[in-house]
Ligand binder design. Structure first.
Ligand code: ZN
Length: 323
């Protein structure tokens, strides 16, 4: 079993400690229209991202899944540069963002004229099996996303297309849930479409603090990710303390084999640099991809979580999902 990274296939056993949901570069759709400060600064981005990649490697992290949707500045050639410069293994995604924050106009317009779902299927299938935009770099995961209160008809086109591509190729699926909602619904929809739960990771599950929500999702056999560690009180997220409470509950119930950990961090923002108002700083001070190894894992250890459980969540589960 192999994972498809931006530099080619890697054996599941070589993935090592893996962060399953981060963003090397990311821009909210619209960033490309604001070139006031000169647009993409390749040299600055490469310097920042290789520094982050090296810091991760020095902490024992060997693989990162870049969850950036196609219309949010996904850049496989740049990911390959970061990977080749540092040795960090990176998987790139294919998919579009949820309706509220994605660039929806393109496929909505096409859906009004014809069969956009088939086009989405072709797009994902091509990117998974042949490569992305002539780079020869194949997507290693499909990224799907839903809104807070529903998986909208627009989003369902992507879920159906993504499940079909997975049935045909075995490519793993990772998802975005909004504000801790729709986890069970995503799992239900994907498994009803024939997706393999062993190869599905429902994301941003740490946006909800009621373990009943997690149990209702796990019932479908999928994995779930606590993948916004360090992001506290922003974009509808709870605190790390609340997340760890739920996580330790689920571990005590024996769910280590279905839990993954990550940050949803962004190493370089496309568009202008982010203004960071004083009031926001406490919400993001721990929102960086070293937080897990530096702070969260020691805290889990203090709470009595075993080295085996940690190994399962950070190495074993990613190998099964992405390998
Ligand atoms: Zn993300």
């Amino acid at each position: 079993m192999t994972a498809q990274t931006v530099t080619g296939p890697v054996a599941a056993t070589e993935l090592g400690m893996t962060l399953p949901h981060e963003h090397v570069i990311f821009g909210y759709p619209g960033y490309a229209g604001d070139v006031t400060l000169g647009g993409f600064d390749h040299a600055a981005a490469l310097a920042a991202c290789t520094e982050t990649a090296r810091a991760l490697l020095s902490r024992g992290i060997r693989t990162v899944v870049d969850a950036t949707p196609n219309e949010c500045g996904r850049n496989p050639a740049f990911l390959r540069e970061v990977s080749e410069a540092t040795g960090l293994q990176i998987l790139c995604a294919t998919g579009f963002y949820y309706e509220g924050e994605g660039a929806t106009t393109y496929f909505k317009f096409r859906a009004s004229l014809g069969d956009a779902e088939s086009e989405i299927y072709e797009m994902m299938k091509t990117e998974v099996t042949q490569g992305i935009a002539g780079t020869g770099i194949r997507a290693g995961v499909i990224k799907l996303a839903s809104s807070r209160d529903a998986i909208t008809p627009y989003e369902q086109m992507f879920f159906r297309a993504g499940a079909r591509v997975q049935r045909e190729t075995g490519v793993p699926i990772i998802t975005h849930t909004q504000e801790g909602q729709q986890g069970p619904q995503q799992a239900e929809l994907l498994t009803s479409l024939g997706a393999d739960p062993e190869r599905v990771m429902i994301g941003h599950m740490d946006g909800n603090t009621d373990p009943a929500y997690h149990r209702a999702t796990l019932r479908y056999g999928v994995s779930i990710a606590f993948d916004r560690l360090g992001l506290q009180g922003l974009v509808g997220t709870p605190t790390d303390a609340e997340r760890l409470e739920v996580l330790t509950t689920l571990l005590a119930e024996g769910h280590a084999g279905r839990l993954l950990l990550s940050h949803d961090s962004i190493w370089h923002w496309l568009g202008r640099p982010l203004p960071m108002p004083e009031v926001i700083l406490p919400a993001v001070k721990d929102w960086h991809p070293l937080h897990l190894s530096a702070d969260i894992l020691p805290e889990l250890h203090r709470r009595g979580i075993t080295a085996e459980q940690i190994e399962q969540m950070t190495v074993g589960n990613p190998a099964r999902l992405f390998g």
